[in-house]
Write a protein that binds this ligand. Structure first.
Ligand SMILES: NC(=O)c1ccc[n+]([C@@H]2O[C@H](COP(=O)([O-])OP(=O)(O)OC[C@H]3O[C@@H](n4cnc5c(N)ncnc54)[C@H](O)[C@@H]3O)[C@@H](O)[C@H]2O)c1
Length: 436
């Protein structure tokens, strides 16, 4: 199969490279000329484990190439994927579909022969109908089928998720398009990946329903963590105690500073908008959004409390800036709320992240970026773990303690044990667990 991938970001690049690895011939297209130039020169514009080798191997085999202009790739394609961004629209939280519609117009102008147009971007219910209308308007003669195929990969584990997904969801009504989608994902039949064929609208909604459910699950355990702190219980044991119940499941039950990232915040708000417009508000999701927003500020207050009630004139060292480990993605990262909140209260912040600091520099002001975790701890009145990068799990704690002005450690990811930390002489606080 020949594939054109419109949009070469986290999803487009990973999907394009994986489809090429399945044996298809893929052109990844992006408007960002710098990104395409970097890829053509053998570089990778994002941090994603294993991606550099996967891209290099498929480029070498002649199955993957890059372009700024979609025309040729679209003309030759059996399937054109739209994988452009759908950020929150400023002001009202609706998904901003301008990139999707612009891409659809560009594709419509070029298609030749029967072509499956696949929306991989996360888009509200009914977007496929709009894309179909664009094709009818721009190219009434074109033979296209518009399909929904939402992506469920996680940054940091994106290749594994794409190649071994829990399921593939395809919203399609055209039989020829269904055959093309089956052929594209054929290698997954080997590991018996369930392939769920639905209507296009159902497929579009599945993606939002999944993300909102996961956001809700995280928020639920975060509220349980607050309750644990108030009543002297341990949220990790509560999570294990409920997670072993097969009806609940143990994943997404890690208490922390609140969800962030490129998907949950925008997708939950977009779902709220869709549901309100449909006259059936999703009040659980609305509450999840509110509780999660509040939580990030509460995390700054937790640091203030650990420092005896005020941080004015104090130095806070911060470990981890990205919204989760193994990505350089800073979109809606909890650090973006926690740091300004501490600065507003008069603290000086020094921080370290293994890969996110270039991104972070553009988004944060007044932060002293350090070269390693020890430099971020040096001279600090408190050290806060915000993102659980592996390298923060095995810190030389005696060295950290010597470097700090006072040994106050706030662990927002519960990666250390309260008893151990107390024995080492730290004033240690974490999320939803009694002090050691
Ligand atoms: N990032 C994730 O983990 C993830 C997971 C599942 C689904 N999604 C969804 O996938 C979509 C893409 O997300 P992302 O994180 O990859 O976004 P991204 O911002 O990393 O990438 C989007 C890319 O599209 C390019 N682009 C925009 N308009 C274009 C056009 N007309 N022609 C060519 N290129 C164009 C941009 O330059 C950018 O490089 C979103 O809808 C998102 O919700 C993301």
């Amino acid at each position: 199969m020949r594939v054109a991938m419109i949009g070469t970001g986290y999803v487009g690049l990973v999907s394009g490279a994986c489809f090429a690895d399945f044996g298809h011939t893929v052109t990844c297209v992006d408007k960002d000329a710098g990104k395409i130039a970097e890829l053509k020169a053998g570089g990778i514009p994002i941090y994603e484990p294993g991606l550099e080798q996967l891209v290099a191997a498929n480029v070498r085999e002649g199955r993957l190439c890059f372009a700024t202009d979609a025309a040729q790739a679209v003309r030759e394609a059996d399937a054109v994927f739209i994988a452009v961004g759908t950020p929150s629209r400023r002001g009202d939280g609706y998904a901003d579909l301008s990139y999707v519609y612009a891409a659809a117009e560009e594709v419509a102008a070029q298609v030749e022969g029967f072509t499956v147009v696949v929306t991989k971007s996360t888009v509200p219910v009914g977007t496929g109908d709009e894309i179909e209308a664009i094709f009818k308007r721009v190219r009434p003669d074109a033979d296209v089928a518009v399909v929904s195929n939402p992506e469920f990969l996680r940054e940091g584990a994106a290749i594994e998720d794409f190649k071994r997904p829990d399921r593939v969801v395809v919203g399609v009504s055209d039989d020829r398009a269904r055959d093309v989608m089956r052929e594209l994902y054929r290698p997954l039949y080997l590991n018996e990946t369930p392939m769920l064929f639905t209507s296009r609208r159902t497929s579009e909604l599945i993606k939002y329903a999944a993300n909102a459910f996961l956001a809700l699950k995280i928020t639920y355990i975060n509220e349980m963590a607050d309750l644990c702190e108030a009543v002297g219980a341990d949220v990790q044991q509560v999570a294990r105690g409920i997670g072993l119940d097969g009806r609940i499941g143990g994943k997404f039950l890690h208490a922390g500073p609140g969800y962030g990232g490129s998907c949950f915040p925008k997708d939950t708000i977009a779902l709220v908008r869709t549901a309100r417009d449909a006259g059936t508000p999703v009040e659980l999701v609305e509450t999840t959004v509110k509780v999660n927003d509040e939580r990030k500020r509460a995390m700054a207050r937790k640091v203030v409390k650990a420092l005896g009630g005020q941080v004015k004139g104090k130095t806070v060292g911060l470990l981890g800036l990205t919204f989760k480990p193994n990505t350089d993605d800073m979109r809606d990262a909890p650090s973006l709320a926690i740091i300004p909140s501490l600065q507003d209260k008069g603290a000086t912040v020094q921080a370290f992240d293994p890969v996110g600091m270039d991104e972070a520099r553009a988004l944060l002001t007044g932060v002293d970026f350090k070269d390693d975790p020890y430099a971020a701890a040096a001279g600090a009145d408190a050290l806060v773990i915000v993102t659980e990068w592996d390298q923060f799990r095995a810190l030389d704690l005696d060295r950290i303690k010597l470097l700090m002005r006072q040994p106050v450690l706030v662990d927002l990811r519960n990666i250390y044990k309260p008893d151990d930390m107390a024995a080492r002489g730290f004033a240690y606080s974490s999320v939803g667990r009694p002090a050691g």
